[in-house]
Design a binder for this molecule. Structure first.
Ligand code: GLA
Length: 738
């Protein structure tokens, strides 16, 4: 069913599997044009040839000067629009040549179809475990004058409504060129009324889902921060304006990249829509010398004709099978206790022992020692870069603590922040030039720290050596890899003036290199990425680390939005979610322990509080919660996730459902935000059940029996009604034995 065909007569490419078709054509001038992407079609009979319309004030393509005014590159649907020859829309590629010109003109010269995927050399790439799982089309286009070759790669997979694309440029000429913009993908749609969906935010408020009508002009969404950022997840979707959670067509694209990025959607004056995703072009300038190649990151684009849920589920399945190492797909993640919100920097060995004692009593499985264990770090102003143990705080060292934790039958985890350097550190005193900085300008601080120049091999080797010294000697089961500031004065003291525009991207390549070395050397350590919470939650990092700290905001109500938004792009078992103290440290809101757990259940569950301060009653509740989560962990972490009710907009509620593959077991979570007098009697309906199966539905308050069709079509009331704000119900739905 997986097929890539090329019709020699019409010069049409057709990539298809059981879900989707992607069609493009090499037209008369050897320009690669886009025809179709969407639901699978069995064949293509050239019915969508771009019409010959003469448009005033469009530039006619060079060959056509003598007469043919009906062909303008500026209105065609293009596969990879380049700058300079008359396409005035957003460009995927701008290259400055040695003579100062910025004209590019890439024409089709050939293609190749290979089994499986083609790995990028320095960037994270999608993978297959068996080459029969995918096919890749590599189309070669050449700009003869300057001898540059553009390669466009398209990978289609056996059983996913997904295409993965990337682009690279190779200099086979004799001149040096400078790439000033290079997208990973451009996708042109014929005239269509779309809505744009984006996931934006800020620290503590990541991945807020925003939807708006695509209007004429350009909408640019980006990060110039050196990371994918809290502010703009590198994900966008276009859907028809009547698409809902369950119905309608939607196209969702996400970059497999963790640095500065830009995504634009342009609706041209003829209603055609162009979607572009790639690395950030502001400040970017890549020197491409003869013989060199530049690879742009991959981008995955998924199609669903079953609304946002279809897109979310397609993303989850694909990411678990082709991005996150597959051994994690169904691997149960331990329920953890992290000391950060419990103690912050203020801990002693004795205090940590007390927390570990309590945690093991409560059934927790992993203790994570967060920030503050190294150098002389008692606040966030020092010691980053000095990855050695603070024996004043931990007299028995990390080994002592790890052994203590293991003696309580728990795993031991540790926090690190390898990409940073504090001015107050031995490392900085020895190598101040290792901090990212612009010469003769003040060093800007963020959270009191500087970013270390990961573009430099000697820097990476130093940090690698320091991390290995710990990981080789202490039995560590889990690492939380943090990154707590963005890149300003993005300049490297080790790069030439011509290459300074490369630094932000080289920084990311350096981070990937270090992550790859560490995660390969320690395959048994579970890695969780973090960047002030969910500031670097993206597919690039997920290629190395299977889970992310979703947000520093642990407030249950804020988390409804953050987790709902995140679930559009990322799988549930990549989203860490913790129960913290009340009032919440970020929002100062009070919520019940039951509500906090009911929200954190919908992710990789854990606690982040001082367990030694709990009342006996709370301990009993927590121990039951831990038990409950463990019982249903497989279903939550590996099941099918359905978004039932969105908390966004005017909604006062939120609901989601986890189902196993054969639909015999489900967990349904319903949340009400505020309490109101004379509130409607709320009834809701489940999804994804077998119509004829009889299920038992159980919550703490209710237990009843119903068939799947009743639960899906009639639905049931949330009863008894909630009393007070911030309430949740968790229903277990299980098929009864015949
Ligand atoms: C970041 C993380 C937190 C915690 C602190 C430690 O903010 O997101 O979870 O690890 O750093 O400094």
């Amino acid at each position: 069913m997986l097929n890539i065909s090329f019709n020699e007569a019409t010069r049409t490419f057709h990539l298809s599997n059981i879900h989707i078709s992607y069609i493009m054509q090499v037209e008369q001038h050897n320009i690669l044009t886009h025809t179709y992407f969407g639901r699978k079609v069995s064949g293509y009979h050239q019915i969508a040839q771009y019409p010959e319309i003469s448009r005033e004030f469009e530039v006619n393509f060079a060959e056509n000067r003598e007469g043919d005014r009906a062909y303008s590159i500026g209105t065609q649907l293009l596969e990879f629009p380049v700058y300079g020859t008359g396409d005035f829309r957003q460009t995927a590629c701008l290259i400055r040549h040695e003579d100062g010109t910025t004209v590019s003109d890439f024409r089709y010269v050939g293609h190749e179809i290979i089994e499986g995927t083609q790995e990028l050399s320095q960037l994270p790439s999608v993978y297959v475990e068996d080459v029969t799982e995918a096919k890749t089309l590599i189309i070669e286009l050449r700009d003869e004058l300057v001898q540059l070759t553009l390669k466009l790669r398209y990978t289609i997979f056996e059983n996913h409504p997904v295409i993965v694309r990337s682009a690279s440029i190779e200099n086979s000429g004799t001149q040096t060129s400078f790439i000033e913009k290079i997208a990973s993908m451009s996708l042109d749609f014929p005239e269509r009324q779309f809505d744009l969906i984006q996931l934006n935010g800020a620290w503590g408020r990541e991945r807020m889902l925003e939807r708006e009508r695509v209007r004429t002009g350009i909408k640019l969404l980006d990060s110039k921060r050196g990371t994918s950022s809290h502010h703009q997840t590198p994900f966008i979707a276009l859907c028809d304006s009547d698409t809902t959670e369950f119905f309608g067509e939607i196209f969702g694209a996400q970059l497999i990249y963790s640095g500065s990025h830009e995504m634009s959607v342009e609706r041209d004056p003829f209603g055609q829509v162009r979607m572009l995703l790639g690395i950030q072009s502001t400040g970017f300038r890549w020197q491409l010398q003869p013989g060199e190649q530049f690879e742009a990151p991959e981008v995955m684009i998924a199609f669903s004709d079953k609304g946002l849920n279809g897109l979310s589920q397609a993303n989850h399945t694909f990411i678990k099978q082709h991005i996150i190492p597959r051994r994690y797909a169904n691997l149960e993640r331990p329920v953890l206790i992290n000391n950060w919100e419990g103690t912050y920097f203020d801990f002693t060995e004795q205090k940590l022992h007390a927390i570990i004692d309590e945690a093991s009593q409560l059934g927790l499985e992993l203790f994570v020692l967060d920030d503050g264990w190294f150098g002389t770090r008692n606040d966030d102003n020092s010691s980053l870069g000095d990855w050695h143990i603070n024996y004043d705080k931990l007299p028995k060292g990390l080994n002592g603590l790890a052994n203590y934790t293991h003696s309580k039958q728990m795993k031991f985890g540790l926090w690190v922040e390898p990409e940073m350097i504090s001015q107050n550190s031995h490392l900085f005193r020895q190598h101040s030039d290792w901090a990212i900085q612009a010469p003769h300008r003040p060093l800007s601080l963020g959270r009191g720290q500087c970013v270390i120049d990961m573009s430099r091999q000697e820097v990476r080797d130093n940090i690698f050596g320091q991390l290995c010294a710990i990981l080789d000697t202490v039995e560590i089961d889990y690492i939380k890899w943090d990154m707590n500031r963005h890149l300003s004065e993005a300049h490297s003291l080790a790069l030439s003036a011509e290459q300074q525009g490369e630094l932000p991207h080289r920084f990311v390549l350096g981070v990937y290199d270090l992550m790859k070395r560490i995660t390969t050397r320690y395959p048994n350590i579970l890695f969780e990425s973090c960047s002030g919470g969910g500031g670097r939650f993206d597919l690039g990092i997920l290629r190395y680390m299977p889970q992310t700290w979703t947000s520093d905001n642990t407030d249950a109500i804020a988390r409804l939005f953050i987790q709902y938004g995140s679930s559009l792009a990322f799988p549930i078992n990549s989203m860490a979610a913790h129960v913290s103290a009340t009032p919440n440290h970020q929002t100062h809101r009070h919520t019940s322990l039951a509500m906090r757990a009911a929200v954190a259940f919908a992710g990789v569950f854990g606690y982040e509080m001082d367990l030694t301060e709990l009342s006996q009653a709370d301990k009993e509740i927590i121990s039951r919660q831990v038990e409950y989560y463990k019982q249903h962990r497989q279903l939550i972490q590996s099941g099918i996730f359905t978004r039932l009710i969105s908390p966004f907009g005017d909604s006062n509620e939120c609901a989601w459902q986890f189902s196993n593959r054969d639909k015999t077991e489900h967990l349904v979570m319903y949340y009400q935000v505020l309490s109101h007098a004379s509130y409607p009697a709320k009834k809701f309906r489940l999804r994804n059940l077998c119509a004829n199966t009889v299920y038992r539905v159980t919550s703490e308050e209710q237990s009843f029996i119903a068939r799947g069709d009743e639960l899906m079509h009639i639905g049931f009331y949330i009863y008894p009604q909630f009393k007070g704000d911030f309430q949740a119900r968790v229903y277990h739905v299980e098929a009864m034995k015949e």
